[in-house]
Design a protein around this ligand. Structure first.
Ligand SMILES: [Zn+2]
Length: 418
C-alpha cells in the first residue's frame, strides 16, 4: 500500500525542507520538496490504487529514533516491563529501532536466547528490536559468553547482534575483555562499555587502554562526568591525529544526565527515586556533557530506559523509565536551552546511532530508506504523568514537569504503530 505524507516539515540530520514523503509498503520511495511539488505529481501519486493520505499541516516529520541502550526486562522481570509494554513505550516515544541490554534473568548470552527474544518482538509488529548479547557467560565476568565462544570456535552464526555489552556491570578481567574486543572487531560489531570499576573516570580510561590495538569499535555507555567526557575527547583527537589506529571510539549520554543533577537526586531520594547508575552528577558535569554532545565528543543520546516496579524502586533499584520522555527532554535541554539545531538533535537520536550500529537503511529521510518515521508537534506543551505511560515502569524523575515537543505518530517498517 502507498502512504502519502504531505505538508510536513521534513527534518533529519542533513535535511530541512517542507514537502511530501511517499511510502510504498515498507520503503520511502520519494521525498518531494514543496517547491517542486506540482498538481500533476499529486494526481499521479494519489491515483495508484489503495492509498492513505495524511496532511501534516506543517508538523515535523523525521526519521524514527534509534536507541542503543534500553532495558526491556524480559525474560525474567515481566513485573517491571514486558516485551509488549516496552515496545509500545518505544513507539510512543518515537523510537523504531531499539537495542535491549542483556542483564535479564537469565542473561542473554547465547544466539538462541537473543534470536528467541527478537522473534517474539517481531511478532508484535511494533518496533525493530535487537537484543544485545553479553560479553561473558551468564554475565559473571569469568568466561566469554557462549556467543563469543561460538565465534572463536567458528560455529554457525544464527543471530548477529548489533551490539555486545555487559551493561549493568564492568569487567575486571583485562585479558578476557581484550579477547572479547578482538572477536568483536573481527565481527565488526561495536562493544558498549559500562564503565564503573574504581569510578567512571578511571574505568573509562582503563577500557580505552585495554582496547588499544584490538581494532575494536568501542562505544562508551552513559558518559556522565566532565572528566570522562574529557577522556573521550582527548582519545578521539588522538585517534584522529594518528590515523587508522587499531581502535574506533564512540560514546553516548542519557537524557537524565543532561537534564538533572545531584541536588535533584537528593530531593527525590538518593537511594530510592533519584537513584540511577551512573548517578546524577553535579551541575558542572551536566554542562560538560552538553558541551561534549555539541562538539561531537559524544555521538549519541541513548535512553538507558530502566523500568522498575514502585516496590523495587523504593527499595533501591537504580534507573529511570525513559523512552516516552526522551525526545521532549532533549528538545528542552539541547534545542531549547543550549541552541542545538533540530538537525543536530536528530543526528544524536537517529542518524548517529543508526550509523554506529551499521544500520544503513535507516536514520534519515531519503529515497530507498526503511519507512521508519516519527511525526512530532514541536510546539505542543504537555505535562509528564507516568500514569499515561505505555511502559509498566512509572519510575520517572519528570512527573509533573512541563515539556515542549510531543511525538504524535510513529510509523515503523511502513506500519503505523503509534
Ligand atoms: Zn549501564
Amino acid at each position: 500500500m502507498r502512504t502519502v505524507l504531505y505538508n510536513y516539515q521534513i527534518v533529519d540530520a542533513d535535511t530541512c525542507l517542507n514537502g511530501t514523503v511517499v511510502i510504498d509498503d515498507k520503503i520511502i520511495t520519494d521525498v518531494i520538496s514543496a517547491d517542486s511539488f506540482n498538481y500533476a505529481q499529486k494526481i499521479d501519486l494519489l491515483s495508484t490504487g489503495a492509498c492513505m493520505v495524511l496532511n501534516g499541516n506543517g508538523l515535523c516529520l523525521t526519521s524514527g529514533f534509534v536507541d542503543m541502550h534500553a532495558h526491556f526486562r524480559e525474560p525474567g522481570f515481566s513485573q517491571k516491563e514486558t516485551l509488549e509494554s516496552a515496545s509500545l513505550a518505544a513507539a510512543a516515544g518515537g523510537y523504531t529501532t531499539v537495542c535491549c541490554m542483556a542483564n535479564t534473568k537469565p542473561p542473554i548470552d547465547t544466539m538462541e536466547a537473543a534470536l528467541a527474544l527478537r522473534t517474539r518482538a517481531c511478532e508484535l509488529e511494533l518496533i525493530d528490536l535487537y537484543p544485545v548479547i553479553s560479553i561473558t557467560k551468564k554475565m559473571q565476568g569469568n568466561k566469554l559468553s557462549e556467543f563469543l565462544q561460538s565465534v572463536e570456535e567458528q560455529k554457525q552464526i544464527t543471530y548477529m547482534p548489533l551490539l555486545l555489552s555487559e551493561d549493568g556491570r564492568d569487567i575486571a578481567d583485562k585479558e578476557l575483555y581484550r579477547r572479547a574486543m578482538r572477536i568483536a572487531s573481527v565481527l565488526n560489531i561495536p562493544l558498549s562499555c559500562h564503565c564503573d570499576l574504581d569510578g567512571e573516570d578511571a574505568a573509562t580510561q582503563r577500557v580505552i587502554d585495554i582496547a588499544k590495538n584490538t581494532n575494536c569499535r568501542l562505544h562508551i555507555a552513559h558518559v556522565s562526568t566532565k572528566k570522562a567526557a574529557g577522556i573521550v575527547r582527548r582519545e578521539k583527537a588522538g585517534i584522529k591525529a594518528r590515523g587508522a589506529d587499531g581502535l574506533s571510539l564512540t560514546a553516548e549520554a542519557t537524557p537524565h544526565h543532561i537534564s538533572l543533577n545531584d541536588r535533584l537526586a537528593k530531593k527525590l531520594g538518593a537511594e530510592t527515586n533519584g537513584k540511577v547508575a551512573p548517578p546524577l552528577r553535579a551541575g558542572r558535569d551536566r554542562t560538560a556533557i552538553i558541551e561534549a554532545l555539541k562538539d561531537g565528543t559524544i555521538d549519541v543520546i541513548a535512553t538507558d530506559h530502566a523500568p522498575h516496579t514502585m516496590f523495587d524502586k523504593e527499595n533501591g533499584s537504580p534507573g529511570f523509565t525513559g523512552l516516552e520522555t526522551s525526545f521532549a527532554v532533549c528538545n528542552k535541554v539541547l534545542a531549547g536551552e543550549n541552541n542545538f539545531s533540530l538537525k543536530q538533535l536528530l543526528a544524536l537520536m537517529s542518524a548517529n546511532p543508526a550509523r554506529i550500529l551499521g544500520l544503513n537503511d535507516r536514520g534519515k529521510i531519503a529515497k530507498g530508506m526503511r519507512a521508519d518515521i516519527t511525526i512530532i508537534d514541536l510546539e505542543k506543551t504537555w505535562t509528564v504523568d507516568s500514569y499515561n505511560f505505555k511502559s509498566r515502569g512509572k519510575n520517572t524523575p519528570y512527573n509533573g514537569m512541563m515539556l515542549t515537543g510531543k511525538v504524535l505518530r510513529t510509523i515503523s517498517d511502513g506500519k503505523i504503530v503509534y
